[in-house]
Design a binder for this molecule. Structure first.
Ligand SMILES: [Zn+2]
Ligand SMILES: [Zn+2]
Length: 472
């Protein structure tokens, strides 16, 4: 636990922390820097009130260390995300007010007593993270130690908790408490990474750009990789007839007297993207990066149809594509941005009526799922990262049986996706590096007190990605 000023560590400290005293936020022998103390006073936060559409900017207590594995992070920037809108609109069945936000970049100002140089057998950050380090936090807690974390399914950690719910106040605030911080946080201080693992230099990137690692860039990359790693896509990627594109029993080979071999046209990969909000753009940029790599290394031919009903979102996607397309290497694939009707037409025209091999669904409602199902081909895959709610899915058993369609739903394991997301972030600074330009993913950075308007504008589709600077 953190140590109270002027007193020895004792069981009473935990209670002292909860009664609003000044406290030391890190042991200097552990952190290597002078301990700092912050007042357990108040901070500015964005708070949502039920039932819906009620956002207020208020004072709230500064969060404090309550568990040995906690870190307190001073928020540098916080994102406003499409999934914040589910709460905003009252779709999440939350009946208590809450501090919003789950995307943050910040600076560590306090660490629990688990953080010490001789921490053994635990995630690396428990022995290396220091007060003053800059960190990005994924939008869910992941301990880094349970089965799900060890295997890479970090969003389903045994200790998983979403930031920005009543039980864990969010990051649209000046400070936030991060549980299981040694497993959850990503340190941007490269000296904390062991020399055996070379890491790219992130020090040149802007804070606003790095914030995208908290959720939307890993989530977009996850939507893409979930489709490309699917066994039903494997025959096209490696040119082997199903089921010989994946695991088969030892010594069984593909002998077939009943059909001709794969033709060139069988190896064209067509992928639809439904929803071109900020996550949809991240998914498209990630997919383009992955497919262009496959085109280069394996001669893959690909086609992408990016679909959104909103003209403003289609324009942003076109500007993003033009920028990356003209920024050097010419990409060989076919690419179109389309309305819903045009998207349906193209998915038929470009595939001789078969439909898309895979569809990335990045919206999270039944209209988006219905469209995805319509444009996917038999033996296709729908990779859905939209946050779906309670209504029943718009399919019945016969429908999905008759199409042999595969669905992958769910939350992105952000912490596991970091290496891939960092790679894409570094490559695509032309899209992710700037703010407010024609091809920028991020529209603007505003003070916390503009949160009510920002939520309303984002909800109405009048703006793209907005970040909050809680110190302006
Ligand atoms: Zn988010
Ligand atoms: Zn875990």
């Amino acid at each position: 636990m953190a140590r109270s000023v002027g007193s020895a560590e004792s069981p009473g400290d935990r209670d002292a922390l909860n009664t609003g005293q000044v406290y030391i936020i890190c042991d200097s022998a552990v952190s290597g820097v002078e301990p700092k103390a912050i007042m357990s006073g108040t901070q500015r936060v964005v708070r949502w009130y039920p039932p819906a559409y009620d956002i207020r900017v208020e004072d709230a207590p500064i969060p404090q260390i309550i568990d040995d594995d906690d870190a307190i992070v001073k928020v540098i920037l916080a994102g406003l995300c499409g999934s914040d809108l589910h709460i905003y609109r009252g779709h999440e069945d939350v009946d208590r007010d809450l501090i919003c936000g789950h995307e943050i970049i910040g600076e560590v100002v306090a660490l629990g007593s688990s953080f010490c140089p001789d921490s053994i057998g635990r995630p690396e950050l428990y022995s290396t993270l220091k007060v003053g380090d800059k960190v990005v936090s994924p939008f869910t807690v992941s301990c880094g130690e349970c089965h799900f974390c060890r295997i890479g399914f970090t969003c389903r950690c045994k200790h998983s908790c979403l930031l920005g719910i009543p039980a864990l106040p969010g990051g649209q605030a000046q400070y936030i408490r991060i549980p299981k911080a040694g497993g959850t946080l990503f340190s941007l201080n490269s000296h904390h990474v062991s020399s055996s693992r070379p890491v790219p230099d992130l020090s040149t990137l802007s804070d606003s750009s790095l914030l995208l690692l908290a959720d939307i860039l890993p989530t977009g990359a996850f939507a893409a990789i979930q489709a490309l790693q699917h066994p039903k896509v494997a025959p096209i990627l490696i040119g082997a007839k199903y089921p010989f594109g994946g695991f088969v029993a030892h010594r069984v080979t593909a002998r077939d007297q009943t059909s001709v071999g794969l033709q060139a046209e069988d190896r064209i990969l067509t992928i639809g993207i439904v929803g071109l909000g900020p996550v949809g753009i991240c998914a498209t940029v990630s997919l383009l990066d992955m497919l262009s790599g496959l085109a280069e290394s394996q001669g893959l031919v690909y086609q992408i149809i990016a679909i959104d009903p909103l003209e403003s979102r289609r324009s942003k996607m076109e500007a993003v594509y033009d920028t990356i397309h003209s920024g050097g290497k010419a990409w060989t694939g076919r690419f179109a941005v389309a309305s819903i009707d045009d998207g349906k037409k193209l998915s038929a025209e470009w595939t001789d009526g078969a439909g898309c091999n895979a569809v990335l669904e990045v919206v999270g409602n039944n209209n988006a799922l219905t469209l995805s199902y319509e444009i996917v081909r038999p033996f296709g895959i729908i990779s859905s990262v939209g946050v779906h709610q309670e209504p029943p899915l718009p399919f019945n058993g016969r429908g999905v049986y008759d199409k042999n369609v595969s669905f992958d739903f769910g939350r992105c394991p952000v912490r596991a996706m970091f290496p891939i997301a960092v790679d894409i972030l570094l490559k695509r600074q032309d899209v992710f590096g700037s703010v407010g330009e024609k091809a920028s993913l991020i529209d603007k950075i505003v003070p916390l007190n503009e949160a009510p308007d920002a939520y309303e504008d984002f909800d109405k589709g009048r703006c793209g990605k907005i970040l909050f600077d809680p110190w302006r």
